[in-house]
Structure formats: C-alpha cells, structure tokens
Design a protein. Sequence first.
Lengths: 411, 406
Amino acid sequence: MTELPLSGVRVCDLTWVIAGPTATRILADFGAEVIRVEHGQAADPIRFGRPIAGERPTLNNSGFFNYFNRNKKSVLLNVRHPLGMEVLHRLIAVSDVVIENFSSGVLESWGLDYEAMRAINPRVISCSISGFGHTGRDRRFTTWGPTAQALSGLTLMSGLPGKPPAGWGYSYLDHTAGYYAAIAVMMALHHRNRTGEGQAIDIAQVETGMVLTGPAVLDFTVNGRSWLREGMPPGNRAWEPRIAPHNTYPCAGEDRWVAIAVRNDTEWEAMRRAMGEAGWAADARFAANAGRLAHEDELDARIAEWTRERDAYAVMQALQAAGVPAGVCQTAGDRVERDPQLQARGWWTSMPHPELGESGFDGVAPRLSRTPGTNRTASPLMGEHTFEVMTGTLGMSADEYAEREAMGVFM
Amino acid sequence: MSGPLAGLRVLELCGPMGQYAGKLLGDMGADVVKVEPPDGGEARRVGPFADDVPGPDRSLSFWYWNTNKRSTVLDFDREEDRETWRRLVSAADIVIEDRRPGELDAAGMGYAAAAPGNPGLIWCAITPFGQDGPWAQFSATDMVSLALGGAMMMNGYDPEDAPGAPPMRGHGDQGYATGCHYAVQGILAALLWRGRTGEGQFIDCSVHEAVSSTTEVALPYWFTQQVNVIRQTGRHAAASRTERWLQRAADGRWTLIFGVGRDNASWKRIKEWFQSKGFGRQFDAPRFDDPAARQPGRGSPEAAEIFAELQKFIAAHPAEEVYRGGQERRQAWGVVRSPEENLADPHWEDRGFWVEVEGEGREGQPVRMPGAPYRFSATPWALRRPAPKLGEHTAEVLREWLGFET
C-alpha cells in the first residue's frame, strides 16, 4: 500500500453519529488505521440514517453512514461484557489515538477517563468531542449539531431581516467539530513524535461555533452592537465589508439562483458592461459603492430583472469573464453532474459496497502533491473486521476468538 | 508549557480568505509572520472598526483573525523586497498564501522557485477553486464559495415563512473558515510526513472543494437516490418536509426543540415538568406511554397533541428557561442566541473560554473575544500576542529570521 502521512497511526474510534466520524474520516483519508468499535445493542444511529438503498434500513445500506465512514474498519464489541471491556483495553493499549464523541461523562462511566487510558497506554492521545466540554457547570448538557449552532450564534447569523432565523440546513458544526478534532489529533501527534508525550484533548461543540463568530463578538465588546438589532441578519446582503450589489438573484428555471458580489467600483463597471450597458445602470447614483448601498433595493430589483430570464450558469460565466465574482447556488446534483470545475479536477469517484453497489464519494481536500489522501474502501459492514482485528492486531488465537465469540463478546 | 507547534516558522501571505489558517497555527505555538503590503491590504479594510473609525489597526475582523502573528511589511513593487520575500521563504517551514494560481510563480516568488533550495518546505496555496481547471482564474467571495459549494441551497425558508425566498448564506465568512480548516488539516498531514521523511510538498487547497465536502446529507442523497434536498426554516434540509424545530417563546426569542421524550425516562421528566406548570394534563392517558407514538414524523394523534402542547408551553415561558429546563431533563434543546449573549453564560466563564485583547482605540481597556476551539492538557492553546499593528515587527523579523542588521 502507498505510504501516507498517517500510515502506521492506529485510531481506536469510539465515535458515532457525525462529528466524531467526520474527524476519523479525515485521519483515515490520510492513511491512519481507523478501527470503529461498534455495539450491536447500541448501533450508531447513522447506520439507520437516510438515504438508504432499498426500503428499510439494514445497518449496512445507509448512504449517509457510507459517506462519513470510508476507509475505516469496523469491529463489534460488547463493552457491557467484562471480557468485552478487557478487549477494549487491549485495543487502547496498541492504539496511538482514542477518540470519542459521547456525551460528557459516558466514557468516565465506563471507567475510561484519560487517567485510566494513560495507565493502559502512557503515550495515548485521547480526544473527546462533547456538546459543552468536560469542565464547566453545564458539562452534562448535550447537543446535536443544530443545538450547538443555535447556542453559538451561527443560526441567528443566517436569515432575512424580520423573519425567523434561517440557520443552517444541516449540521455545519458536526463537520466543524470534526475538523477541529482532526486538527487537534494531528497537532498532538506532531508533539508526541517530538517528545514522546501524549495528552488529552477536550472539544466542546458549541465552542467550535463560538470561535467562528469572533468579529461579531468584538463588535459588541468594542462597539456595543448586537446582531439582535433591527435589520439584522441582512439576508444575503453584505455585513462587512459593506458592498453592493451583494446578493442572490433569481434566474430562469425553478428555484435557480446566482450569487453576485461586486467588491468595488471597478467591478461594478465591469458588471455594467457585462449586462449590456443598460440605461438604468449608468445612473450616477450607482457609480460609487456608497450610492449603490444607499439605493440597494432599487439596485437589487434592477439586477434581478436582468438575471430572471437568464440561465444561472450563463450569468455566472458572463460575470466571471468580466472579472466579477459570481456563482450559481448549486444543488448536490449540480455539483456532481454539472460543475465543470469539480469534474475537470477529478473530484468524484466511486467505490464498491456490498449493499450500496458502486457508491459515490468526493475526493480528499486539500490536495497534497506528494502524499495526497486517498479513497481506498467504502464504509465497513457492521463488524466486518472483528476477526481480522482480534486475531491480527490483538494477536488472539482462533480458539481464544471462538471462545469469546461464544460468550457474546463480539456483538 | 508551549503549544504543540512551537519552533515552527510559518510565513503567511493572506487576505480575508486564507488568514484564519495562520491564526490556527499561531494560536498553537507556531511563529507566524504575516507579510503585508505597505497599505495593509484587504484584511485590514474589513469592518467593523473600533468606534466605527476605519484604519489599518482598527479592524475588529483583523483583530480576531490575526492573533499570535507578527507583521512584516514588504512592497512587492520593489525588487529588493521581492528578494527579501524569497529569503524569508527559504527560512520558513511552512508558507500559506491565497494569491491567484500562478501569480507568485510568475514573479519567481512561488513554490517552483523555492522548493529546490528548501526541500522540506510545506507550501499551502488557498484559492477559491484550486490551481487548475476551467474556473481556476475565476474570482470568489465567501458568499460565492458558499453558493457554488452547495451550502446555500440547503439553508433557507419554508414557503409559508418567506414565499420565494432565496437560499441563504450564513454570515461570518464560514466558507473561508471551512477552506482554512481543510488547509490546516493538509498542512498538519504534510508536517507529519515531513517528520518521517524530511520531505516537504505543495498543498493545493480549493475552498470550493472544502465547502463541497461540508454539506452533510446532500451528497449522500444524490449519490444514493439522485434526490436534491429542500430548504426548510431553521432546520435540516430534507427530501420531504419535516416538523418544525424553531418555536417562539414568551419573550419573543426562538427556542430550538426536536424530539420530546424519545425514551420513557426522559418523557416522564418532561411530563412532570409540563404538568407542574399546568400544561399537558392529558399526558397521563396511557396512549402517550408508547415511545413510537410520541415521535414526530409518525403522524400519530399523540405526536400532534404533544407538539401542540409543547408550542403552548414554550409560548408561555422565556426562551432561556425552556432551554435550561429541557437540558436539565436531558433534552438536547437549544436557544437561538446572538454571539455576544454567550458572554453572559457562566458556563463559558467556568471553562475560561474568553480571552482579552487591546487594540487601537482600546489601549489599556481590554475587550473580550472567543478563545480556544480545543483544550490540550499538555500543550495548550494560548493567546501570546494580539493581532499585530501594520509593520510592527518588520525589523524584528528580518533580524531574527534573516540576520539583518538594523
């Protein structure tokens, strides 16, 4: 197998749902051996998550699970059985990283806080993702992605003025908490490679959203301004820097939109020419940014008149050719089937899966010239690698395995 | 204790798109030098500004995204300064830049020129669309990247809330942040490779690809069923319409509620809470005892009744009380806060989340802003210095990195 940046790094992956598996997907893409520890009596709910192939969930036919769990192994382990817990200890002993995203307190209840893990494996890097972290008065509170988005301020920062928050139509902070966990683990590996020292990492999902609101917080602590004021959030108009036009505009077809951002007067001139030098656009009120901002309603309405009859990709192409930032609001189908950039860069691929067939995947971002991350296998079936890991990685004899299996350890 | 990246030299040539990558490395101990044009460039022109007075050292956006960096001014119109850039590159472990593809190479200032003399160099180029392909030279802003990457088509409104509303962009430069999250993942992977082999490499980070890999269920739905999800107000885009999550509380604020009493233990806690406030008296009827009947989306009369009673309950209580009451009964409920409202939540104080900085206009009057996204037990995140003033460290950096006498 090609050597990758994380080749030789073993991850004991106790994660489930999305945030944790996002982190281990990244580590796996870059070559880590990620071993998902799964439980028959408490399966990862995403194994039942739609979309699925066929009529009903089978644990192994979720396209949702498949997407977040490529390149990983899966073992079944009954941690409620004393011998199952013993196996988990053995796995921790031979792992570089242990990562989990249970609610704060769960792993402690298993007797596996960081100190206990360190007693098993003094060099271990332990990474935990929870809603509110492992310290603080509300550490027992729990989150889903949308909870964390709401609390952090990110939900409020998306929407039209005078309307309910639009928020995020997906768990942005499940991705993002996973990104921070992958970053943290790799930083800790770098430190350990230099010093031999492992450590514990505590990630609170709400904080991973709060760190993405820095300028808004400073606008309050310095200037006393809140996003709760009248006129906020400003829809797709610009907050800072205040520029116009900056919005989404309707295009020909059903629910087709193009985003256009004019950053300065030069780009406005370019856009004016790209629109065929319509008479209205020559109005002196629109010549400078301050004027365009002052007459933003009229400006947006005029631009929408121009875009409405046109194909969204044609508008984007015409404006980009003139040097104006513009982009189609693309669906997933657009990205996979139509986006010429992603296609030219070979972004899409597929890997065989027993129940999903040739299942689609995206590539690995970013692209490393010498050791790019790779797509090697689709997601593992539930417990697919139990025997391999027990007899190979942990060195159990076939008899030992069979004995434990009969005792219900691997379920 | 110092950060895990202590001792690494990072050279950053970034505006608003790429600058968070440098902060993420600097906050964990790397020595990050931000090279800036004499006027400071775009990053210092993004508001809001301290007291609304523009100025290169007054951008609050700059204060936030540029902590733990030093500023060195170079004028690339002068050959002397272009040469200084090349020498700084040769002294760096990592370069992060967000110029157009090919721009630095054309001036002999890019990776192609630097790599032969610095084989361990890790060079990360953050661009809107990547180094090649038909859109490589196209321009983007944060919104344009969120549009093309698919994020916006998942965010928006139910038709009854805002008929004909466009897809929505979440604010705060989240597309840029996502690009930087991926850039740093790549840099660290490359760093681990270098630790084993001594070999550096070039990293091509496309914000478009980063955002496109950050859209959760959208791609799985397309790959599995060739279905595009639809936008809904304040909740997940889905293949078909689902139950609402946002409910307005007595104080006019929004709560985020999903799933009530999935298991019998939590249902009992919620029921007792409601009944103690005079709501949900009918919940004692045995037909509410079945967890399946209580779940939204099943279309059962019990689920509909619970939902209606929940709305009445929330409408009669302040949002924060609903949030805390739900959480205390182990429901992952939330309240829609404005970012600064977390300043008043003592939990973050307990965790020491906030950090304080001073800047032009607030000298001697530290102000709070967000701190660490992660807690490391051995090598913690630390605010060692606030964002630099323009050119504050030019002489110091040239002396330390290049041995220039001044």
